[in-house]
Design a protein around this ligand. Structure first.
Ligand code: SAH
Length: 249
């Protein structure tokens, strides 16, 4: 059963995330157009990927699928609000390069992982790199795999560059590291050291950090190419994401 606490936290999430909010998104084109009209979506590559990966195919119901709101997908998880997907994808676009490796921690619905895989394949069809989505809930791994198989099968390995697997974001995926871009879709109590270590030199991570059900900061972290230089951290906006859970010891 969805707890009162959870509904409350989702309401808070919407209030915090949404300076602007689209409540009656008619269809995918309407959502994309509104994101553009409000100067949130400013990139053609991102816009193209969001049209190729239809959000309405990754939610549990079409009702409200094109509103600018997070939507519950089960297992205490939400598909994030479209404007947060835009933020993440535009920050990804800045570091897009051939053959890059990408890790999406807390892949949930699989939507954002699919958008990143699409952007990479579209930009560099012959050097399409590798995009790995991980989630701690095996049922959501199966959910994302199924949604991608039905809606964007061309993205899936081996023809495509995308795979989704079950793993803990606090540990990352050591055997696939280093990653040139890491997106974290759940709020960490502190930045996981293993993810910093698994970031390549010149790599970028975006991650919400802060306490459960309270305002958190969405951080941009850039690791300089020169290993002697310190990491550059910038807090971009206030958000509320579901927590990056810690496995009991
Ligand atoms: N970007 C996703 C967000 C899903 S919500 C989307 O838009 O669909 C956050 C996800 O993080 C949930 O699916 C949750 O199961 C997952 N998660 C929480 N703690 C985690 C952990 N320690 N490791 C990996 N995934 C985790």
């Amino acid at each position: 059963m969805v707890s009162f606490y959870f509904i409350f936290s989702r309401l808070l999430q919407q209030l915090t995330e949404n300076a602007w909010s689209l409540k009656n998104g008619k269809d995918l084109n309407h959502l994309i157009q509104e994101l553009k009209n409000n100067n949130i979506l400013q990139s053609e590559i991102v816009s193209k990927s969001m049209l190729a990966v239809d959000r309405g195919n990754y939610t549990t119901t079409k009702t409200g699928a094109y509103d600018d709101k997070p939507q519950y997908i089960g297992y205490d998880a939400t598909i994030s609000a479209p404007h947060m997907h835009v933020w993440a994808l535009q920050l990804f676009e800045d570091v897009l390069k051939p053959n890059m490796k990408v890790l999406d921690v807390g892949s949930g619905s699989g939507y954002l992982t699919a958008c990143m895989a699409n952007m990479l394949m579209d930009s560099y069809p012959n050097e399409k790199g590798k995009v790995i989505g991980i989630d701690i809930v095996p049922e959501l791994v199966a959910y994302a795999q199924e949604k991608i198989r039905l809606s964007n099968p061309e993205l899936l390995e081996p023809e495509g560059n995308l795979s989704i697997m079950s793993a803990d974001g606090w540990e990352g995926v050591e055997k696939e590291a280093p990653f040139d871009f890491i997106h974290v879709g759940a709020a960490a109590s502190e930045i996981p050291n293993s993810l910093i270590n698994q970031l390549s030199l010149g790599g970028r991570m975006v991650i919400p950090v802060g306490p459960k059900n309270q305002t958190q900061k969405f951080w941009l972290i850039d690791k300089p190419i020169n290993p002697n230089e310190s990491i550059i951290k910038k807090s971009l906006l206030n958000v509320i994401y579901v927590p990056l859970v810690k496995k009991p010891l």
